[in-house]
Design a protein around this ligand. Structure first.
Ligand SMILES: [Zn+2]
Length: 225
């Protein structure tokens, strides 16, 4: 296993369109596991291959809450404090009670993911490991039907909602060279991009860890996708 470097906006490599995978080779399966390790290390809930500078259609996701999973989080699991648990609950309330999400086994490794069907609308305060420290409300489809290849190269299809549906749509955007900050109003999008280009990312709020030690600004829905 190896940790990979995550590209950040405005890196032009994030804008490339990713190519489908012909076959899930052992090397690609290993690469997908390296992506998962990288995602957990940065406390993200989703990561696309484009974000680690490989232009193939591959995404990894784990939206489970800390208390009902065995995610390999960082060694010091300080994020599982009581305050975080409350936040997680508030966050779920915001999304409504997902019906399909809990039936999907996670973590998910999806090659060539395609959304076959979309239903309804939902908004969510999205963040991204490639745009650290920024969170903005984005509209997505509420329920989606997805087709992909799993790590064994087998075709799978499933329907999901909740945070998982939002995350899958966010990650597929990455495969098409698109970021969540492209999905804001033109004025807001331009303002954020100009600000990042000018000032970079704030250093007092690191993107990988320790970011929730400060008392300010940890709103319920801060998830990096
Ligand atoms: Zn992202």
């Amino acid at each position: 296993m190896a940790k990979l470097e995550i590209l950040k906006f405005p890196d032009p490599n994030l804008r490339k369109k990713c190519k489908p995978v012909d076959k899930v080779t052992d090397e690609l399966a290993q690469f997908a596991n390296d992506m998962l390790e990288t995602m957990y290390a940065h406390r993200g809930i989703g990561l696309a291959a484009a974000q680690v500078n490989r232009q193939i259609r591959l995404i990894v996701i784990d939206t489970r809450r800390p208390e009902d999973d065995s995610r390999e989080g960082p060694e010091d699991d300080s994020r599982e404090g009581p305050e975080d648990e409350v936040n997680e609950r508030e966050l779920r309330d915001e999304l409504g009670e997902p019906v399909f999400e809990k039936n999907i086994a996670q973590p998910l490794i999806l090659f060539n993911p395609v959304v076959k069907k979309k239903e309804g609308k939902i908004t969510y305060n999205e963040g991204c490991l490639s745009v650290p420290t920024y969170f903005e409300v984005v509209e997505r489809a509420r329920i989606i039907e997805v087709e992909a290849l799993n790590i064994e190269g087998k075709k799978i299809e499933f329907k999901t909602d909740g945070l998982l549906a939002i995350c899958i749509q966010h990650e597929i955007d990455h495969l098409d060279g698109k970021l969540f900050i492209d999905r804001l109003s033109p004025i807001k999008s331009a303002r954020i991009k100009a600000k990042i280009r000018k000032f970079g990312y704030s250093t007092d709020q690191k993107d990988d860890d320790e970011s929730d030690k400060g008392e300010e600004s940890k709103t319920p829905s801060e998830h990096r996708l």
